[in-house]
Design a protein around this ligand. Structure first.
Ligand code: GLN
Length: 339
């Protein structure tokens, strides 16, 4: 079965003008302040529906900001590894768009928020069997099904190497997390088969489920996520390695869908309060991207009731305005600026 027949069709790149980050010293001071203010909070609970995640250190807290100039500022546990979980969905979507093109992926997956939780079955049923967007589990499974390759191993390597190009270094699989999730992911299995029953999954459901479970178990650090996000902020070019990982239009499309659905049923609230496209994951990471400027990765395992890291959310709130990251904020144009 092949649902995608059209070749990739990318919109021409559009010019961007979104200003600059403050100097490196200011960025470091603002990040250090955010860390100090939120390191002592005891709010939130470490995810345990994937048994291996329950062993995460609740005190771990790392922040990293990568600029489009390739400079990375890191604070706290920014070099400790954790499984990428749902943050992977953003990058697998970018890889799918790179391969299949804007129109085909939009028509097949969708770009609208569901207003429901990330593993909702009802969201599929309410929308005629459509996965809705690539950032909830159903849409992520449908996106993972689009990975190119002639065999399951080839598709896994395309995905793993694709994410590694975003990070600028090879990325390993956490076998314990993978096996733990594989043994307990009945709900994702149900989502994959439900999509397949509607003809909305472009590959075998069991193989897709396995590939998706592997993608969620890839090990990253907060620093890696910051560089991965900065690649989306930099027209698809990894600002550390200089590699063009995806087309500029793909980076743009990925950020647009992150803005609409990256924080699940709280995406509107997140955009309103923080003003940045972002993606959360149950291992405690939140990655926020400021187009043309850079990306902030915040990581700490304890989560709130929607599955967003409490410290990551608070630290992100703390730094957005002082660093001028909010994409909706503008200052009135002064008469001098017109001259
Ligand atoms: N692997 C997790 C799952 O499928 C990812 C969820 C998340 O990070 N929000 O449930």
């Amino acid at each position: 079965m092949t649902l995608l027949a059209t070749p990739p069709l990318h919109a021409p790149p559009t010019p961007v003008s979104t200003g600059h980050l403050p100097d490196h010293g200011t960025v470091a001071a603002v990040l250090a302040d955010a860390y100090q203010r939120h390191v002592d909070t005891t709010a939130g609970t470490v995810a345990d529906y994937i048994p291996a995640l329950a062993t995460a250190d609740p005190d771990a807290f790392g922040l990293a900001l990568a600029g489009v100039d390739g400079h990375v500022t890191a604070v706290g546990h920014a070099y400790e590894t954790f499984s990428i979980q749902s943050v992977s969905k953003a990058f697998v979507y970018a890889l799918a768009c790179e391969t299949h093109g804007h129109r085909a992926v939009r028509d097949l997956i969708g770009v609208n928020a569901t207003g429901l939780g990330f593993s909702s079955v009802m969201a599929i049923e309410l929308h005629d069997g459509h996965p809705m967007n690539p950032l909830v589990n159903a849409g992520a499974l449908a996106t993972t099904a689009l990975m190119p390759g002639a065999s399951p191993v080839a598709r896994w390597l395309a995905l793993q190497n694709g994410l590694a190009a975003f990070a600028g270094r090879p990325l390993a699989l956490d076998i314990d997390v993978y096996e733990s999730e594989a043994a307990t992911n009945q709900r994702n299995r149900a989502l994959a088969h439900l999509l397949a029953s509607y003809g909305h999954l472009d590959a075998d459901p069991e193989e897709t489920l396995d590939l998706y479970t592997k993608q969620c178990s890839i090990l990253v650090t907060a620093r890696d996520l910051a560089v991965m996000g900065a690649t989306l902020a930099d027209g698809g070019v990894n600002p550390v390695t200089g590699q063009q990982v995806v087309h500029p239009a793909v980076a743009r499309d990925t950020l647009a869908v992150l803005a609409s659905a990256g924080m699940y049923e709280h995406s509107g609230e997140w955009l309103f309060e923080i003003g940045l496209p972002a993606k959360s994951g149950v291992s405690g990471a939140v990655l926020s991207v400021a187009p043309g400027k850079g990306a902030l990765a915040a990581w700490s395992p304890p989560l709130d009731h929607v599955g967003t890291s409490v410290r990551a959310r608070r630290a992100t709130e703390h730094v957005t305005r002082p660093l001028g990251l909010d994409i909706f904020a503008s200052a009135p144009c002064t008469p001098e600026a017109h001259r």
